[in-house]
Design a protein around this ligand. Structure first.
Ligand SMILES: NC(=O)c1ccc[n+]([C@@H]2O[C@H](COP(=O)([O-])OP(=O)(O)OC[C@H]3O[C@@H](n4cnc5c(N)ncnc54)[C@H](O)[C@@H]3O)[C@@H](O)[C@H]2O)c1
Length: 341
């Protein structure tokens, strides 16, 4: 018997299940979800039940069920929202099942293993008239939102180029399955590249051609690429240069060069640097960002999902992202040849 207080809580709070209780769930998604007002984690699902139990203990989620399969939650009406944080090879199956059961879905990037699989998820979303949000959380980082806002307001004039660096040291990432280092969803370009590619799509729009160079594997035991340079020609005439690497200090930053100015933003800083020709002379100025830069982009992104405001990347953009990654691999196989889309 549930008492009146519990009944009201069930009605007023959004019931969320997290499927895949590995590294990103433990480090970012669960802590972020706990800060989303009105969201309640009601189930933790992992094929390796110990992972679900570990998350339950770490975050004292004693009232959340721990389960082994998505099938155990599909008919549970108290769970309306599902966060998919499993390796990419299971995203399509899990997202399609969840959408067809009427759940709202937040899927970690990359959306799927291939653009073809991504399109199947998109079809399921359309058939079910469901909600699908993607884990492109950096669109919600205050610094990058400020850059977007300034570009839209014409601060830098016509944008000539965008350089995005997404550099990490992948070795210490506490992956549970190690999928990042296998052909099934791993590799710096496939696994990490979607973030900066999404930033480029968001800031500069449609892409008409792609060129890519995969750099030498620095770890000779790796089965996958560990660094990549990707060049995107946008329909607007702008160019993006993206550098992803797993052999570096952690750094995620960007420089935008426009006909009237330059902007630089970095993850974690609460200001961006800007140089506006002719207005502030040639001095760099520091511009504050609008919302607290220290609130995690995961929290903003999951808040957007739970509230249904859907201000992040669209499912169509997530499929486009997979098409761009596939084109980048095609280009790398032919020594950086430009591939038209
Ligand atoms: N947005 C970001 O910044 C960010 C950061 C890191 C990882 N990710 C993405 O998050 C996803 C997970 O990455 P990770 O590093 O946490 O991986 P991980 O290997 O650490 O964890 C994955 C977990 O999923 C479980 N699992 C696998 N298949 C399952 C299934 N069918 N049903 C239920 N559980 C299943 C595994 O047992 C494991 O515990 C990947 O898509 C990755 O690219 C995103």
């Amino acid at each position: 018997m549930i008492d009146e207080l519990d009944r009201l809580k069930l009605l007023n709070e959004t019931g969320v299940a997290v499927i895949g209780c590995g590294a990103v769930a433990k480090l970012y998604l669960v802590p972020a979800l706990l800060r989303v007002p009105g969201a309640e984690i009601r189930a933790l699902i992992d094929t390796d039940l110990r992972q679900a139990e570990q998350v339950q203990n770490m975050f004292r989620l004693s009232s959340a069920k721990t389960l082994k399969s998505i099938d155990d939650i599909l008919r549970d009406e108290q769970v309306t929202h599902l966060v998919v944080a499993t390796p990419p090879k299971s995203h399509a199956e899990l997202c399609i099942k969840a959408l067809e059961s009427g759940k709202k879905v937040y899927c970690e990037k990359p959306l799927a293993l291939s653009a073809a699989e991504g399109r199947l998820i998109l079809d399921a979303m359309k058939r079910s008239a469901g909600q699908l949000s993607i884990g492109f959380n950096y669109r919600f980082a205050a610094q990058f939102k400020k850059v977007k806002d300034l570009i839209d307001k014409g601060f830098a004039g016509k944008i000539l180029s965008l350089s995005v660096f997404f550099l990490t040291n992948a070795s210490p990432w506490p992956t549970e399955t190690g999928f990042q280092f296998t052909k099934e969803g791993g590799g710096a370009l496939f696994e990490t590249g979607p973030h900066p590619i999404d930033i480029a799509l968001w800031l500069l729009g449609q892409v008409k051609s792609v060129s890519c160079i995969l750099q030498e594997k620095m770890d000779s035991n790796a089965l996958v690429e560990d660094s990549a340079l990707v060049f995107l020609r946008h329909s607007s005439g702008s160019t993006s240069v993206i550098h992803v690497s797993w052999h570096s200090a952690n750094y995620f930053g960007m420089t935008v060069v426009g006909s009237n100015g330059v902007m630089q933003a970095e993850r974690g800083l609460d200001k961006i640097r800007a140089l506006e020709f002719g207005v502030v002379g040639r001095n760099w100025v520091l511009l504050p960002v609008q919302s607290p830069a220290n609130t995690s982009s995961y929290q903003h992104s999951l808040h957007d999902f739970v509230k249904g405001t859907c201000r992040g990347a669209t499912p169509e953009e997530a499929v486009r992202n997979l098409e761009l990654v596939e084109a980048a691999f095609d280009s790398a196989r032919s020594d950086g040849r430009w591939i038209n889309l």
